[in-house]
Design a protein. Structure first.
Length: 80
């Protein structure tokens, strides 16, 4: 992938962007999107970096992982 080229994302992930903070509603935890490429998504939970292939990430995004909406009254961690 070229430096300025957009990754080829599955349609369900088209609105995902580096810097987004996602909330796992099931575990009340947070992840920052650190990278996106043609094969997967990099996430950071404040302690650990993860790399999740699109096939697995797409099953959780929307169903369990949701972007934090600025209107939500949540208290995300300081690193987010």
């Amino acid at each position: 992938m070229e430096p300025n080229e957009e990754p080829d994302l599955p349609p369900d992930l088209a609105d995902l962007a580096v810097g987004d903070v996602l909330r796992d509603r099931q575990h009340d935890s947070y992840f920052e999107v650190t990278s996106i490429d043609d094969h997967g998504v990099g996430l950071y939970d404040g302690e650990t970096d993860f790399y999740v292939p699109h096939a697995l990430f797409a099953t959780k995004y929307g169903a369990r992982l949701h972007p934090i909406d600025e209107a939500e009254s949540l208290d995300p961690p300081d690193w987010a």
